[in-house]
Write a protein that binds this ligand. Structure first.
Ligand SMILES: Cc1cc2nc3c(=O)[nH]c(=O)nc-3n(C[C@H](O)[C@H](O)[C@H](O)COP(=O)(O)OP(=O)(O)OC[C@H]3O[C@@H](n4cnc5c(N)ncnc54)[C@H](O)[C@@H]3O)c2cc1C
Length: 387
């Protein structure tokens, strides 16, 4: 996204991607209202909606004594009061395809960055390897947008501070079947047995997740896939038939939930953004949203200095300064929900009825409107300053 935004403004960008394509392991498919507003600013939002998608405006949580909708993005003051679910591979192909329309944009696939070029303590490029050997790219600025296991972060010796949220998630696909329940808001959470079953409606399947307390993965794995089918049918018997499609542990992918943040996102000539700078817990599915907001702020701050060839450490600190507080705030908010609601209420063996905390959240307007705002936009609406 940053590569696209800079290339649009005539800044020469080389985007190095280690994989041969974008179609690989599941990493979430959620495009939030803030991202759609930004794509609207640059005239791409209609095209985005041409990719086959579904929409989620908020989950319906099912308890023994009824259902509750803890938040509704439809209440937001925006044209896009929903999360758009599009396969991440398609989204990235779309964004890089738009980038390729600019002569200043160059994408090199299967380019594994494995070293920094440094001169006098300043990063001035990278080395990458592909089938033809090792190559060097010289650059005024290197941006590490290389995800939670960031090689750039390691090479630049920038540290992270980690916290360990109290749950993990197993993600898998279930088939849609005739007679499946209609899910209000496009997302459903069934609570029971110390687990939470998440069902997100996709175009031709259910994207499903089983949330469980951290530390239980080995036990679940030892019990095997039959026990997962059993869990699903006991939490919500309406999906028992769908669960029969799970026959092999390979169909499940573990999201080891982590939350972390780098105290310093930059050094001379290098900036980290997205998961490389901060890994988000999956509560609210905000990782992609926050990564893209970092890219937009980086474009706002850095486009002119890049064009003038005078990017300073002060500019890089400015990007971190504009984004760090928002990251800290959402991580605290996620931590609050995880510890107060998810761990002690939703993943508790005893839970059966709608907890009072959730009822309260939906009754008091100022509290009711906070989760959709935080999830849809974060603490501050990020906009592209120069369209
Ligand atoms: C299982 C799972 C489910 C998730 N679900 C959601 C969700 O529903 N909603 C949500 O918002 N977030 C979700 N997330 C988080 C989300 O994927 C990230 O927050 C988001 O993708 C971060 O974007 P990014 O660009 O910083 O990093 P990434 O999307 O991780 O992109 C990093 C890119 O860098 C490339 N790369 C890495 N190393 C190198 C290298 N050495 N050389 C060249 N290229 C390299 C990678 O191949 C990758 O394409 C999920 C994460 C996981 C693991």
């Amino acid at each position: 996204m940053l590569a696209l935004l800079l290339a649009r403004k005539g800044v020469r960008v080389t985007l190095l991607e280690m994989h041969r394509d974008f179609d690989r392991e599941f990493r979430g498919d959620t495009i939030h209202p803030s991202v759609m507003e930004i794509l609207d600013q640059i005239g791409l939002v209609e095209k985005l909606h041409e990719i086959p998608h579904t929409k989620v405006s908020g989950p319906t949580l099912q308890f023994a004594n009824g259902t509750i909708r803890p938040f509704d993005l439809g209440r937001l003051k925006t044209k896009f009061g929903y999360i758009l679910l599009v396969p991440q591979a398609k989204f990235l192909e779309f964004i890089t395809g738009e980038g390729a329309k600019y002569s200043s944009f160059k994408l090199v696939m299967h380019a594994n960055v494995n070293g920094l070029v440094e001169q006098g303590g300043v990063v001035c490029g990278v080395h990458y390897a592909d089938d033809d050997g090792t190559h060097e790219v010289q650059a005024q600025l290197v941006v590490g947008a290389d995800g939670r296991f960031s090689q750039m972060r390691r090479l630049a010796r920038l540290e992270t501070v980690k916290t360990s949220p109290p749950m993990d998630v197993l993600w898998f696909r279930l088939p849609k079947l005739a007679g499946d329940p209609a899910i209000t808001g496009g997302a459903f959470g069934g609570i029971g047995r110390g687990r939470m079953l998440v069902m997100l409606e996709r175009t031709n399947y259910w994207q499903s997740g089983l949330v469980f307390p951290k530390g239980q993965y080995q036990k679940l794995h030892a019990q095997g896939v039959a026990a997962i089918r059993q869990e699903i049918s006991e939490i919500d018997p309406r999906f028992a038939k769908n669960a029969e499609a799970l026959t092999d542990w390979q169909q499940l992918s573990l999201l080891s939930v982590e939350s972390s943040r780098c105290p310093l996102w930059h050094k001379p000539g290098l900036l980290l953004i997205g998961d490389a700078a901060h890994v988000m817990s999956p509560v609210g599915g905000v990782g992609i949203n926050y990564a893209i907001q970092d890219a937009v702020v980086a474009a706002n701050v850095l486009t002119e200095p890049l064009k003038a060839g005078d990017v300073t450490n002060g500019h890089l600190a400015e990007v971190q300064g504009q984004r760090e507080w928002a990251t800290k705030l959402i991580q605290s908010f996620q931590s609050f929900l995880q510890n107060r609601l998810i761990a002690t209420v939703l993943l508790s063996e005893q839970v059966g009825t709608v907890p009072w905390q959730l009822r309260l959240m939906t009754k008091i307007p100022v509290i009711r409107d906070l989760p959709p705002r935080m999830i849809g936009f974060g603490p501050k609406r990020v906009r592209l300053e120069q369209v």
